[in-house]
Design a protein around this ligand. Structure first.
Ligand SMILES: Cc1cc2nc3c(=O)[nH]c(=O)nc-3n(C[C@H](O)[C@H](O)[C@H](O)COP(=O)(O)O)c2cc1C
Length: 366
């Protein structure tokens, strides 16, 4: 039986162990530019088999929170190059999570103070973060406008371009953010998508944009360096679907032939319960659909894992387990799990925004 601490192959990515650092937004990149402190933060955590960066906007329109990084301008790319070279010098592997927030944004964060874009003009009952007079401030998301059909190829192009930029910056690959109620998840799910064109209505139509994005990125950088994150039933950012099992079974069957490095599934409510009584979901059945359709990507699972749960998941056939909050507080999480050492507790008051405190100052065992 494979152990959490043994190497694993995920497409082209050869990982030293089966423990990934989950994507974690930390709002420490003013002007969307990654800082030297971010290079230190990721390098401290480079013993993870795979580091997945915080969500990173593919375009200024894809921005939805104060001080989150981007992957589109010279200064942003130079900042990321510092991060990837530092991580590689520490023998780490790092992919960047490609993000378009869709309706989870605010006019203050959009180019020209425009309305955020979405599949349909339905406002999310969700908050975003602005910085007012230097202080992070939680604010209702703005009313979005529905994207015109003619704008969708441009968004696919932005994803493709961001993936090209990722490779130019030295990333080992990309993770497409298809989870947590952001743009791709908004198109996938009935709660946010009321379109009547080829991108709304049937499951096939709602999955179209995600599949176009994945195919464009695979065409650009190869499937072996491309992963995708999905959250079939999370209520994060006010998202819901009438029939998630059918939706995700279809999507995974379509993804199977694309040769992805990995599929990353958030089980249950992101950062909350793993089981939701009003949103049942059969993850083993989903994985079986993917494998039956020929999908060979590594199967990555996430949400509220600890060592025993992670070992049980690997024993049951998961290839990689992603840890989020434990990695915030434990840069040497892999060593701590391996030794069954106690974990530092994360301080949620320093999750979003700030400097080194609660970011690069958590102690290691040695
Ligand atoms: C501070 C914070 C920031 C997060 N940022 C992201 C993000 O940028 N992208 C994403 O897909 N999920 C994000 N998440 C969700 C985590 O990746 C993960 O799914 C969640 O924390 C559950 O895993 P855990 O129990 O191991 O922490 C974030 C969670 C936290 C606590």
């Amino acid at each position: 039986m494979p152990s959490l601490f043994e190497p694993v192959q995920a497409g082209d990515l050869q990982l030293a162990n089966r423990i990934a650092m989950a994507p974690l937004t930390r709002n420490r990149a003013p002007d969307a530019i990654p800082t030297p402190l971010m290079a230190t933060y990721y390098t401290q955590r480079a013993s993870a088999g795979l580091l997945i960066t915080e969500a990173t906007a593919i375009s200024p329109q894809g921005q939805g929170y104060a001080d989150v990084p981007g992957l589109y301008g010279t200064e942003q790319l130079d900042g990321w190059k510092r991060v990837t070279s530092a991580v590689h010098a520490a023998d780490g592997k790092i992919v960047v999570q490609l993000w378009h927030v869709g309706r989870i944004s605010h006019t203050d964060l959009q180019p020209g103070n425009a309305a955020p874009v979405a599949p349909s003009a339905i406002r999310a009952k969700a908050k975003t973060v602005l910085i007012k007079d230097g202080v992070p401030t939680y604010t209702d998301t703005s009313m979005p406008r529905a994207l015109d059909l003619s704008e969708l190829p441009g968004i696919v192009q932005d994803y493709r371009h961001a993936a090209r930029n990722a490779i130019a910056c030295g990333f080992d690959g990309v993770e497409i953010h298809g989870a947590n109620g952001y743009l791709l998840d908004q198109f996938l799910k009935t709660g946010a998508n009321r379109r009547t064109d080829d991108y709304g209505g049937s499951i096939r139509n709602r999955a179209r944009l995600t599949l176009e994005v994945v195919r464009a990125i695979v065409d650009e950088i190869g499937g072996g360096r491309t992963g995708i994150r999905l959250s079939p039933v999370t209520p994060a950012n006010d998202i819901v679907d009438d029939n998630p099992q059918q939706l995700f079974d279809y999507l995974l069957a379509q993804l199977a032939p694309l040769g992805l490095a990995y599929v990353h599934i958030v089980e249950g409510a992101t950062g909350g319960p793993r089981e939701l009584p009003d949103r049942p979901f059969d993850y083993a059945a989903l994985k079986a659909v993917y494998r039956k359709a020929g999908g060979k990507g590594a199967w990555m699972v996430n949400n509220a894992y600890d060592r025993p749960l992670a070992e049980a998941a690997v024993a049951a056939g998961a290839d990689i387990v992603a840890f989020g909050r434990p990695f915030i507080a434990n840069p040497d999480l892999v060593a701590r799990l391996e030794k069954n050492a106690p974990l530092n507790a994360p301080d949620s008051t320093t999750f979003y925004g700030g400097g080194a405190a609660g970011y690069t100052d958590y102690p290691t065992l040695y």
